[in-house]
Write a protein that binds this ligand. Structure first.
Ligand code: SF4
Length: 316
């Protein structure tokens, strides 16, 4: 895993309200009875806490424009993060027309991540709710995969109203399953090395499947793919998606053979075939279809083989 201070962007999740309910959403939209809206004091505190972080600060949802104080939030970004290029914005464009002026004032257009999710033939999301701890019996392989999680390595720690987290999906799991919350949102919380965030890794990564090479389904499906243990957790919280049976159960064991089958063509960060920064123009994404896992394949293979060998030896 990567030190938090080394990642390219820290997200501030100002809401998890969204007009979409994509399958396998990283914020688990559809599983909450009520969305949150971060209050302005917390947004301010969050921005102050990452002021000295040398890279980028994202404005993220859900759909951030659904926040009733979206304009005030943009102004806070302008004030607290003076370098415009460090300010990043993810949107489905829901209220683009209404907020176009302030969006353009706050963010550089060429680095906005715009995705209206309108093309039903495009959009893929790695399943996230198949708990690795439930399906991978080979724990050495499981921890190797988690240690190389593409989301943590390529993207973002996150701040929610419940605190600061080493990973955005961990933050969303904490929110959804009513976890104990993250670290206090205070100056320099992000100066952490992997050894400093193992508490969160042990709590959340074992419930998650981001790091496991699997088949990646369309984000336009009407259901999430979920392991039995996580399904019980969703039942407990009264998840609306659970109640309307918008799920498929994953009840297989994931073996080293599965890893070998899926690894080669697995590109979980490849959400779509285009890049887009505003409602009008889409460009072909040329930087795609390359494998997203960065770990040493032999090392992981050895982990699987070692575990196999150990099993065989154990039986002798
Ligand atoms: S396995 Fe899940 S919780 Fe852990 S770092 Fe990856 S995305 Fe985050």
């Amino acid at each position: 895993m990567r030190p938090i201070y080394d990642v390219p962007v820290i997200q501030i999740d100002v809401t998890n309200a969204c007009t979409h309910e994509c399958a396998n959403c990283t914020r688990f939209v559809g599983h909450y009875k009520k969305p949150f809206f971060m209050d302005l004091k917390t947004v301010e505190k969050a921005l102050d806490s990452v002021k000295d972080f040398p890279k980028n600060i994202g404005l993220m949802g859900g759909e951030p424009t659904l926040h009733p104080q979206f304009e005030e939030i943009c102004k806070l970004y302008q004030e607290k993060i003076p370098e415009k290029r460090r300010r990043r914005f993810w949107t489905s464009g829901y209220k683009w027309k209404e907020y176009e002026k302030i969006i353009k004032e706050t963010f550089d257009m060429d680095i906005i991540s715009y995705n209206d999710h309108s093309n039903k033939d495009e959009g893929w999301h790695q399943p996230l709710l198949i708990a690795s701890d439930e399906i991978i019996e080979d724990k050495e392989l499981m921890w190797k995969l988690i240690d190389d999680c593409w989301i943590q390595k390529r993207w973002s720690p996150s701040i929610t109203p419940k605190g600061a987290f080493f990973c955005e999906v961990a933050a969303a799991l904490d929110m959804m399953f009513d976890g104990p919350g993250g670290w206090p949102i205070e100056k320099d919380w992000w100066k952490k090395e992997p050894k400093d965030f193992q508490d969160q890794v042990k709590r959340y990564c074992v419930m998650c499947s981001a790091a496991i090479p699997l088949e990646i389904p369309s984000s336009h499906l009407q259901y999430d793919i979920i392991s039995k243990g996580n399904l019980k957790r969703l039942e407990k919280i009264g998840s609306p998606k659970y109640l309307k049976k918008a799920f498929k159960i994953y009840d297989k064991k994931y073996t080293y053979e599965d890893y070998k089958k899926y690894f080669k063509n697995w590109a979980p960060g490849h959400y779509r075939d285009f890049v887009q920064h505003d409602p009008k123009k889409r460009e072909k994404d040329t930087e795609i279809k390359k494998p997203w896992a960065t770990f040493d394949k032999n090392e992981v293979c050895n982990a699987g083989l070692n575990a196999k060998e150990k099993k065989v030896k154990g039986k002798q």
